[in-house]
Design a protein around this ligand. Structure first.
Ligand code: COA
Length: 177
């Protein structure tokens, strides 16, 4: 256990740079990303606002997440994918990476974040399914969650929330398989 804590303490969280793309693609291939590999590359290449963050250990990328602008709610983002290399899971590195990403998004004036994922995991950051209730989106149900980065950012809001196309495409192809 102390060794695991030591590893987690050495991890650096930072924005990704163009040179990280091959390592990010490798990470997705080595990990069971539910949204399918190649999603990060497709999202990072979007003309829309995209915030991409990595977890780095001793010069190696061991985790990655992306936040992409959602059209609809004011200054809203979608978080996907989130992946940690299997050998480094359960060390709070995913938690550290998401916290870093959310803090950066808040500092840049983003107001809310949507995610389609495990409520048991995302509730630690304050994501709630009720906050996503107003969103008209193909993503629905208990796994569709939202978080307010600014107080009451989603209060009283309802309307279409357009997720990034590369993400929706993968959802549709998964539904077909
Ligand atoms: C989900 C994932 C990012 C978590 O990263 P991590 O660094 O292992 O997570 P942390 O160490 O920060 O948190 C571990 C906690 O999350 C829980 N957890 C891990 N994966 C979970 C999941 N899929 N659903 C619910 N809880 C989960 C663990 O049980 C542990 O709980 P505890 O803190 O109460 O002991 C990682 O398991 C992963 O890359 N999975 C494959 C891709 C994936 O499923 N991405 C998420 C899409 S929603």
């Amino acid at each position: 256990m102390p060794e695991r804590k030591c590893i987690a303490g050495k991890v650096i969280y930072r924005s990704s740079i163009a040179g990280d793309l091959p390592a990010i693609a490798r990470l997705e291939t080595l990990s069971d990303v539910p949204d399918g590999s190649g999603l990060s590359e497709a999202l990072i290449a979007l003309p829309a606002d995209t915030l991409s963050f990595v977890a780095e250990l001793d010069g190696h990328i061991i985790g990655h997440t992306v936040l992409t602008a959602v059209a609809g709610p004011d200054r809203a983002l979608a978080l996907a994918p989130l992946v940690i290399l299997p050998a480094y899971r359960d060390m709070q590195i995913g938690t550290g990476l998401v916290r870093h990403a959310l803090n950066q998004a808040r500092a840049q004036g983003w107001k809310s974040v949507f995610v389609y994922g495990q409520p048991d995991y995302y509730c630690r950051f304050g994501f709630k399914s009720q906050l996503a209730d107003g969103a008209d989106s193909p993503l629905q149900g208990q796994r569709f969650l939202a978080l307010e980065l600014r107080k009451d950012a989603l209060f009283g809001w309802s309307g279409p929330a357009a997720y990034p196309e590369p993400y929706l495409k993968r959802m549709k192809s998964k539904a077909r398989n």
